[in-house]
Design a protein around this ligand. Structure first.
Ligand SMILES: [Fe+2]
Length: 295
């Protein structure tokens, strides 16, 4: 039986009346097909334990291991807790500053993520939205001279906030300063094509982000940084965005190969937000360094 879905816009779909914990294989294939035509898909009212969330994700690929093991779920270390909750002893329950700058997940590793699945456990009364930017639309909107300047170029990506002048290290997260200072020494930058071709649709997108792209390979910063600023302005443009206002028990799956996203924060004092996140690893063949469609 075909799944039922509403299009929220051209690239965001909401799946209706589906229990993702009990999907027959043909239903899973329909979900994959819908995901190939949309960059964000939304499932409402899903009550999955961490191990069930992990099992759901593994139907679509291999899961990444979170690089910060301090905040993985005690029942399942593939599930990262994003939260502002604090235990009675003052220690944080989850990563408090996750997603606080525009980015695409894992672009700081050689083979970045294919997709992310985020489950809402507890929503704040105000704030806590996630915004997505469609980088296909951004690429399409670039002036020809800008496309010419980035053609064949690679961005320099690094996970550390301490070497990224566009980011600040959150004072709310106790381990953040040490984590990012250590990352700056131990996690080398990687190069990613600035223009990426989607392996399923063959469509091109801009593949940079303010959170992880700190320079342009073989281009002096005097030229590269203003060019990056010019590109980032497109990401901030609401014409290319979808804002997801979460309900408890929502699950959203998004395509990291052609989106940027950002957690908006702005929670009221004392309000709680808790999400569980799993990340689908990328497949090397998806990341053609020449940025051309795969054969
Ligand atoms: Fe993210």
């Amino acid at each position: 039986m075909p799944i039922k879905a509403n299009q929220i816009n051209d690239w965001v779909a909401e799946i209706i009346d589906l229990d993702v914990n009990n999907m027959a294989s043909e239903v899973k294939e329909e979900v994959e097909e819908l995901f190939s035509r949309n960059h964000v898909i939304l499932f409402r009212d899903q009550a999955l334990a961490p191990t069930q969330l992990s099992r759901f994700g593994k139907q679509f690929g291999i899961l990444e291991t979170p690089i910060n093991q301090l905040y993985v779920h005690p029942e399942c270390d593939e599930v990262l807790i994003l939260s502002n909750e604090v235990r009675p002893d003052g220690t944080p329950v989850g990563l408090v500053d996750g997603g606080d700058g525009w980015h695409t997940d894992s672009s700081h590793i050689a083979t970045p993520s294919k997709a992310t699945i985020l489950q809402s456990i507890k929503n704040p009364n105000v704030g806590g939205d996630t915004i997505y930017c469609n980088m296909h639309l951004v690429f399409d909107a670039l002036p020809p001279q800008t496309r010419y300047r980035i053609a064949g170029r690679s961005g320099v990506h690094n996970v550390s906030k301490t070497i990224n002048p566009r980011m600040t290290v959150s004072a709310k997260r106790p381990d953040a300063k040490e984590f990012y200072e250590n990352a700056a020494k131990t996690r080398p930058s990687v190069l990613q094509p600035m223009v990426r071709t989607h392996p399923v649709t063959g469509r091109q997108s801009l593949y940079v982000s303010p959170r992880f792209t700190i320079g342009i390979d073989a281009m002096d910063d005097s030229e590269a940084q203003p060019l990056l600023d010019e590109l980032f302005e497109y990401i901030y443009d609401e014409r290319f965005q979808y804002r997801h206002v979460w309900s408890d028990r929502d699950i959203v799956m998004w395509d990291n190969r052609c989106l940027n996203h950002k957690a908006t924060g702005n929670l009221a004092p004392g309000d709680i937000r808790r999400m569980h996140r799993i990340v689908l690893a990328g497949e090397e063949a998806y990341y053609d360094p020449q940025g051309k469609p795969l054969a």
